[in-house]
Design a protein around this ligand. Structure first.
Ligand SMILES: [Fe+2]
Length: 200
């Protein structure tokens, strides 16, 4: 796993990295998300509202990935439903307790639509949430769209498997993963799409 960021984001306040980061960085003036977006250059992107529409459209008839025995897998699994230069769409199966830790989307905007089951998320967005996390549940036939500033974790805390359809624009090239440390977000690592261990 590539570790390319070593910087802390103090929630609701300017950021001072502990050491000069090598590679992508969280900007010291709090506009770290703009750096993420800039990393994607001038690639066009769809809005969160449009992406939520895309996810909802692809959710029609979408089915969860199945294991070799035709049964729901016991691990979080995913299939790419569609991809072009502007956006991509994934279907993800979440077993009970399946989760993806705190992450951003590498400067892409996104959306997800819950097909079956219930997903819970804690999300963080500078400005709108005044630097605080918020928890919410997404039941079947509901979803959320988000811009490049969105940081969240997602878990299936329900009693049944869950299926969701995710849309990202432009297609993701990387994801940064964080941990909470007191009132701070600490970027721990960056996963790149070219990595064998890449998961959307
Ligand atoms: Fe995400």
């Amino acid at each position: 796993m590539t570790v390319s960021i070593d910087a802390a984001l103090e929630i609701g306040a300017p950021v001072t990295p502990d050491v000069p980061p090598a590679g992508p960085s969280l900007a010291a003036d709090g506009t770290w998300w703009a750096d993420l977006r800039a990393g994607l250059g001038s690639r066009p992107s769809l809005s969160p509202v449009t992406l939520l529409d895309v996810a909802r459209e692809f959710a029609v008839g979408a089915s969860a990935p199945v294991g070799p025995d035709g049964r729901p897998p016991t691990e979080r699994t995913y299939d790419l439903l569609h991809s072009n230069d502007l956006f991509e769409v994934w279907v993800i199966h979440w077993p009970q307790g399946g989760h993806l830790e705190l992450h951003d989307h590498g400067g892409s905007s996104g959306a997800f639509w819950v097909v079956d089951g219930t997903l819970e998320e804690c999300h963080f967005r500078p400005g709108r949430d005044h630097g605080r996390f918020a928890h919410r549940c997404h039941a079947a036939s509901s979803g959320v769209g988000f811009d490049a500033r969105y940081v969240h974790d997602v878990v299936n805390g329900g009693q049944t498997p869950a299926t969701s359809v995710h849309a990202y624009s432009p297609p993701m090239t990387s994801m940064n993963f964080y941990r909470c440390e007191g009132a701070s977000l600490v970027a721990e690592r960056t996963d790149y799409r070219m990595d064998a261990a890449w998961t959307p």
